[in-house]
Ligand binder design. Structure first.
Ligand code: CP
Ligand code: NVA
Length: 305
């Protein structure tokens, strides 16, 4: 098998994404029925965290054990990564001992440098620029609740961050439109998002207009990890970008609400929305594990079954 990485959403083509969604559904069905499925017996996943995590760690770790494999957990603080060992050397060493690597780090460039020196597939577990595993889970969750996402409208309310960039890549590949509303100074940047054209997204100054007619309304924290020094400034700039019941009211009557979590009720989303009937955030979080199991299966075994 040729070596394949998942460093950003566009590393896979449309048909590969469709394969992952289909396998995720089957792997989830097995899990719910307590059916043993150990295609990755004797395989090891190294998880490298340079930023905090709850969902990413638990979903990859539990998922790998459920597939019959095992995991090694490394952080900056408890490895030589925090003591300036070059990322290229770390990649060469770690990838001689494990079968797969998941990394959560700061710049995408660091992830790319690791992948360039790795003998095994590398997965992006979040960078400043992208969060592709989360968008896999979000789209899988949309499909479970509402069917195909092709032709639908996704409203993005908030920061033009790693989540927003990844939504833009997914829209271009899977044929839906993103309505983006961010405060001035926090816009999405097409070059950073790595998309070819502006055909699959529209920019709205007013978040309410972005939500009008949407099939899915979604948001994220105002301050992402690594940007904590900007917290106060961002709190002021983002004050009008809180997803509230008025925004959900102008979306389609059956619109869903998603948030990658962790959430701050009263900041980017009102409690009535995230804890309300249109919210699917708990399914979304659980689905991280199912889509990532499908992703790991695909990267290591190709199209099985
Ligand atoms: N959504 C997400 O990636 O959560 P964690 O930061 O807890 O991993
Ligand atoms: N945009 C957020 C997502 C957290 C899962 C961050 O990067 O901190």
């Amino acid at each position: 098998m040729t070596l394949k990485h998942f460093l950003q959403f566009s590393d896979f083509g449309t048909e590969e994404h469709e394969w992952i969604f289909q396998r995720a559904a089957e792997i989830k069905r097995k899990f719910k029925n307590y059916e043993k499925y150990h295609p990755l017996a004797d395989r090891t996943l190294a998880m490298i965290f340079e930023k905090a995590s709850t969902r990413t760690r638990v979903s990859f770790e539990a998922g790998m054990y459920q597939l019959g494999g095992s995991v090694v957990h490394l952080t900056t603080g408890d490895s030589q990564l925090g003591r300036a060992e070059p990322i290229e050397d770390s990649a060469k060493v770690i990838s001689r001992m494990v079968d797969l690597v998941m990394i959560r780090t700061f710049g995408q460039d660091k992830l790319e440098r690791f992948a360039a020196h790795s003998r095994v597939p590398v997965i992006n577990g979040l960078t400043n620029e992208f969060h592709p595993c989360q968008i896999l889970a979000d789209i899988f969750t949309f499909i479970e609740h509402r069917g195909s996402i092709r032709g639908r409208i996704v409203a993005w309310v908030g920061d033009g961050n790693n989540m927003a960039n990844t939504w833009l890549q997914a829209a271009e590949l899977l044929g839906f439109t993103v309505h983006v509303s961010t405060p001035t100074g926090y816009e999405v940047d097409q070059a950073v998002a790595g998309i070819r054209s502006s055909d699959s997204y529209k920019v709205f100054r007013d978040p309410m207009e972005a939500c009008r007619g949407a099939d899915l309304v979604t948001t994220d924290v105002w301050t992402s990890m690594g940007f904590e020094a900007e917290n106060e400034e961002r709190r002021k700039a983002f004050a009008d970008w809180c997803v509230d019941t008025d925004m959900m009211r102008v979306a389609k009557p059956d619109a869903l609400f998603m948030h990658c979590l962790p959430a701050h009720r009263g900041e980017e989303v009102e409690a009535d929305v995230i804890d309300g009937p249109q919210s699917v955030v708990w399914d979304e979080a659980e689905n991280r594990m199912h889509v990532q199991k499908a992703l790991m299966e695909y990267l290591l075994l190709g199209k099985v079954a």
